[in-house]
Design a protein around this ligand. Structure first.
Ligand code: SAM
Length: 367
């Protein structure tokens, strides 16, 4: 079947079982991910004008790399599968675009060549590609992870094995997953004296996506490691706190309700986006993109999200407190009026971030 996205039209196999099967993979639901990728590539070229090369390391039909090539990136498309690389060739030709197509294990390619921007969009976890991707990236590494159950602690052992961190299944599960992923990527880059800082990250539907800007040097890599730490969380009253450092020293009991606390980490506690870059990406979401409205709305929420490591869900809190939920704008206004920083988040319509703790939230939003 033919699919048009942005400025290109590609052919992809019919996907009878939601993307599963022997044919070359294509998931229409990832159009938002790809639209934001194209906008991020445009914005990144303005931020770092010397960049020109882009590797779509796990290309499948090539739709992502074809769209990069249509935006004047010197593009390489790689896939381990013969049918995929044949389709990449056809899809480039169909759009009258030139790019290099490699049938290779992406790890082999990324260990032997470096690209200004590398994009790893694999099945499930990106961790099997992480070391090679760090080696093969000069400036910006874009990573998708679709293994949300291990990342957020729902599949605990698998999360521990893949990410070398303890994930916990909390009510802020999508953010837990994002910060576990970022922790693993930051630690991987630090092994090579590279600081990998997220300049754009979003958790959408069934995946986490992040864009990591690289800076080389032991000192800056140390600075990144300093932004790792632990979150302590009470499943009962939903109180939580965080500590920086790699040595866990968790408090045993919740200071509010005395119940046992759960600790997750080491997770990334730093910023997940650079608001200036989010604004620049927004400028580059253009009308030919099929998800332009959704992308702009997502980016607007991301840009306004305050910088705290976990978010709350108003409905969950109100249920615990035995009171009715209210309109989000009014709820957030009450927090602001009480002197706290507060914003909505992109993790869900009833989620918010604030620098108030759970007791302060309850008191300041009471009728
Ligand atoms: N990026 C694509 C898109 O936006 O439509 C989807 C990529 S699909 C989720 C993952 C692809 O990775 C598959 O085509 C698979 O053949 C490829 N792949 C799996 N292991 C690989 C490896 N070691 N090296 C290169 N490609 C690999």
């Amino acid at each position: 079947m033919r699919v048009s996205e942005g400025r290109v039209t590609v052919t992809v196999p019919e996907q009878p079982e939601a993307g599963k099967g022997a044919d070359v993979f294509f998931n229409p639901v990832q159009e938002l991910n790809r639209d934001i990728t194209v906008a991020a590539l445009r914005a990144y070229r303005e931020r770092t004008p010397r960049v020109s090369t882009y590797l779509d390391a796990t290309a499948a039909s090539g739709i992502r790399g074809v769209r990069a090539a249509a935006n004047d990136w010197e593009t390489t498309l790689c896939d381990i599968d013969d049918d995929a690389t044949a389709l990449c060739e056809q899809n480039l030709e169909r759009n009258d675009l030139a790019a290099s197509v490699r049938r290779s294990d992406a790890n082999v390619l990324m260990h032997s060549e470096a690209f200004d921007v590398v994009d790893v969009d694999p099945f499930g976890t990106p961790i099997p590609f992480a070391d090679a991707a760090v080696q093969g990236t000069k400036h910006l590494l874009c990573v998708t992870a679709t293994d949300t159950a291990p990342l957020c602690g729902a599949h605990f052992e698998s999360g521990v094995r893949s990410y070398g961190a303890v994930p916990r299944n909390t009510e802020f599960h999508a953010e837990m997953g994002m910060r576990v992923l970022l922790s693993a990527m930051v630690r991987t880059a630090a092994r090579y004296d590279i600081a990998a800082r997220p300049i754009l990250s979003h958790a959408t539907k069934h995946y986490a996506r992040t864009y990591l800007e690289f800076d080389h040097g032991a000192k800056v890599a140390n600075d990144c490691i300093d932004e790792l730490g632990y979150v302590h969380h009470c499943q009962h009253c939903l109180w939580r706190d965080h500590d920086y450092g790699l040595i866990a020293d968790p408090p045993e009991d919740c200071p509010v309700c005395d119940k046992h606390l759960q600790t997750a980490g080491p997770i990334w506690l730093g910023r997940t986006c650079d608001p200036g870059f989010v604004d620049a990406v927004t400028e580059h979401v253009t009308e030919e993109m099929g998800t332009a409205d959704e992308a702009k709305e997502l980016l607007a929420t991301l840009g306004a999200e305050i910088d705290t490591p976990t978010h709350y869900d108003q409905h969950r809190l109100c249920k615990r407190w035995g009171r009715g939920a209210e309109a989000m704008d009014e709820f957030i206004e009450k927090l602001s009026d009480a002197g706290y920083a507060a914003s909505r988040t992109h993790y869900g319509g009833t989620t918010f971030k604030t620098d108030a703790d759970v007791v302060e939230i309850r008191e300041s939003t009471a009728e």
